[in-house]
Design a protein around this ligand. Structure first.
Ligand code: NAP
Ligand code: FE
Length: 362
């Protein structure tokens, strides 16, 4: 059995201010990496800038990371970081800016890398990454993954390096003003990490214990998610679920819904969590061994139909899709051995076509 999670994590109100001394040990000049606007509105950027100033740490801000970040963005920000000799990164925002930060960190440290050679099988390190997540979804603050959009292969794929943040500071107050749409989409992402890590070839007793705890914690937030109003306690619970979920998939990887969802995001622009969520009802049906699947319902306090209804009510997009597209994506996915081998049972291309069709052709 193997378990590895090297990130120091703090979750709660004011964790940035309370842990400001830690920045001194990490570096002398930071590149702050954010999305385009949310970090300026929710107070997270201001909190980091204030702390770095108090610690007399120089910094500059790169605030142009788009959703589903591209290799081009990584290179643009990486060039700035190289020129300015920054020695660590603070990634603030959702999964997009934090994943981008990990790839930018690799690009800055490895000066020979170019846009063409960023994806390499060589094992590379990064300058230190501090993660300040402002969504409760991806768990990137506790994973080694960095998911980038690759227009050459026309999909989203993992950078392939193992870049755990050195420090993750999770303050749920930055999430209080988040729209219910983004809240639900990101919550489904966290939920899907827990489930795909639980129903996974690589699951072990430690990851299962974490998954069961996360499912119980998630169940506390369902009323708020349904109603569309979330208290601070709900936000903190979702942040904890997302964090634990990251720890789980750092051990197990994700599996089928994530692999199938990437096409929906790449070709149809469906947000990541929503893309997974729309496929979940059918994904959960394909398991022949029902023991662990039933445990999920039990821990959530749900009958099967109740979870189906909940996921359907969150799946609010109409996705225009043809049978030809479904066939092509299913074929491409069946060739994606990495995701398939995480699924603990045999599954055929026909099963994959069925998941897509039953989920999307209505
Ligand atoms: P995101 O793409 O980072 O952000 C989605 C939207 O939420 C953006 O418009 C963003 O605004 C906004 N936002 C962020 N924080 C907010 C807040 N506190 N209040 C209001 N709006 C806020 O979304 P995400 O779902 O967190 O990340 C998705 C990415 O992570 C995908 O690329 C996915 O593939 C990847 N992912 C990574 C892992 C991993 O382990 N590394 C796991 C799963 C998914 P701004 O752009 O203005 O900031
Ligand atoms: Fe995800």
């Amino acid at each position: 059995m193997k378990f590895f999670m090297p990130t120091e994590v703090f979750i709660g109100k004011n964790v940035i201010e309370e842990n400001k001394e830690k920045f001194r040990e990490i570096g002398k000049k930071a590149l702050i990496v954010t999305g385009r606007s949310s970090s300026k509105k929710n107070g997270s950027l201001e909190a980091i800038e204030k702390t770095l100033k108090e610690m007399n740490i120089e910094y500059l801000v790169y605030d142009k990371v788009e959703e589903n970040p591209t290799v081009e963005t990584v290179v643009l920000a990486g060039e700035i970081g190289r020129k300015e000799n920054v020695d660590f990164i603070v990634g603030i925002g959702g999964g997009s800016p934090i994943d981008a930060s990990k790839a930018i960190g690799v690009y800055i440290l490895n000066k020979n890398l170019t846009k063409e050679t960023l994806f390499t099988s060589e094992k590379l390190k990064s300058i230190p990454i501090v993660a300040v997540p402002t969504t409760a979804g991806t768990g990137t603050e506790t994973t080694q993954y960095a998911i980038l959009t690759d227009h050459v292969e026309k999909t989203k794929k993992n950078l392939g390096q193992e870049i755990f943040p050195v420090l993750s500071l999770v303050d749920p107050t930055f999430m209080m003003g988040m729209s219910i749409g983004i809240t639900r989409n990101t919550a489904i992402d966290a939920f899907s990490h827990v489930v795909e890590g639980y129903l996974n070839t690589n699951a072990n007793k430690i990851s299962d214990g974490l998954a069961e705890t996360a499912l119980k914690e998630f169940s506390k937030t369902i009323e708020g998610l349904k109603k569309g109003t979330l208290s601070y306690e709900d936000r903190e619970s979702l942040a904890i679920v997302s964090n634990i979920a990251g720890i789980i998939i750092a051990q197990t990887g994700t599996s089928i819904p994530h692999g199938l969802g990437y096409s929906l995001t790449y070709y149809k622009n469906v947000p990541h969590g929503l893309a997974n969520g729309c496929l979940y009802k059918e994904y959960l049906k394909v398991f022949k061994n029902r023991e662990k699947v039933n445990k999920i319902y039990e821990l959530l306090g749900f009958e099967v139909e109740e979870l189906d209804e909940l996921l359907e009510s969150f799946c609010t997009v109409h996705i225009d899709i043809t049978e030809e597209e479904i066939k092509a994506w299913s074929k491409a996915f069946t060739n994606n051995k990495a995701k398939l081998k995480n699924h603990p049972e045999e599954i055929t291309e026909e099963d994959i076509v069925r998941i897509y069709k039953n989920s999307l052709l209505k």
